[in-house]
Design a protein around this ligand. Structure first.
Ligand code: GDP
Ligand code: MG
Length: 205
């Protein structure tokens, strides 16, 4: 029986309600976009497998269940995260202004051993809206914020147009991999052809 080594990386996605967190995940994992706004119900995660160099990596991407409106995400959500993805909407100033809160809240809740080096990534989403004419946060301003936080990588994305989504998540995976800690999991006899899986924890209605 062959044992194949995979690395499980937990990624959590944070940011104000409505910025497109669920849409970015759906676009990345399912290649789908929905215009309809549906607050996520039930804390859940999706998984995506990818190969980085010679490593087989399982990204476990955790979505909030809409509780971000109350800033009350349970400790299980944060526990053991390998990377924290912060998302704001380039057309909504408030969603940029609250990034500091999300950043600090993550560090307080996840309590990583070295907060200064813990990997974050920032995504400025919805750059497609109105051909960019309605954006209120400039790329420069976003990059300055990233520079002030130990040089967080920054991507401008559109979940709707599938713009930069794969590139952002590849960077997320690489960054998380660099931070991984004793989370390797072993699968027995899983066929090589399984490249993408989905799992849902909790209520998926
Ligand atoms: P969440 O609350 O952060 O999970 O946000 P959602 O993913 O539920 O998205 C909120 C709304 O914004 C939905 O109506 C989405 O269709 C829309 N949306 C998300 N991403 C984009 C995008 O990149 N461009 C546009 N135009 N709309 C988006
Ligand atoms: Mg959501």
């Amino acid at each position: 029986m062959s044992l194949r080594r995979r690395t499980l990386l937990k990624v959590i996605v944070l940011g104000d309600s409505g910025v497109g967190k669920t849409s970015l995940m759906n676009q990345y994992v399912h290649k789908k976009f929905s215009q309809q706004y549906k607050a996520t119900i039930g804390a859940d995660f999706v998984t995506k497998e990818l190969q980085i160099d010679d490593r087989l990596v399982t990204l476990q991407i955790w979505d909030t269940a809409g509780q971000e409106r109350f800033q009350s995400l349970g400790v299980a959500f944060y526990r053991g995260a390998d990377c924290c993805v912060l998302v704001y909407d380039v057309n909504v100033m408030k969603s940029f202004d609250t990034l500091d809160n999300w950043h600090d809240e993550f560090l307080r809740q996840a309590n990583p051993p070295d907060p200064r080096t813990f990997p974050f990534i920032l995504l400025g989403n919805k750059i497609d809206i109105d051909g960019g004419n309605s954006r209120v946060v400039s790329e420069k301003k976003a990059r300055e914020w990233c520079a002030s936080k130990e040089n967080i990588p920054y991507f401008e994305t559109s979940a709707r147009e599938d713009y930069n989504v794969d590139a952002a998540f590849l960077c997320i995976a690489k960054t998380a991999l660099a931070n991984e800690h004793e989370q390797d999991i072993y699968f027995q006899g899983i066929p090589e052809t399984v490249v993408e899986t989905e799992q849902r924890g909790g209520c998926a209605c």
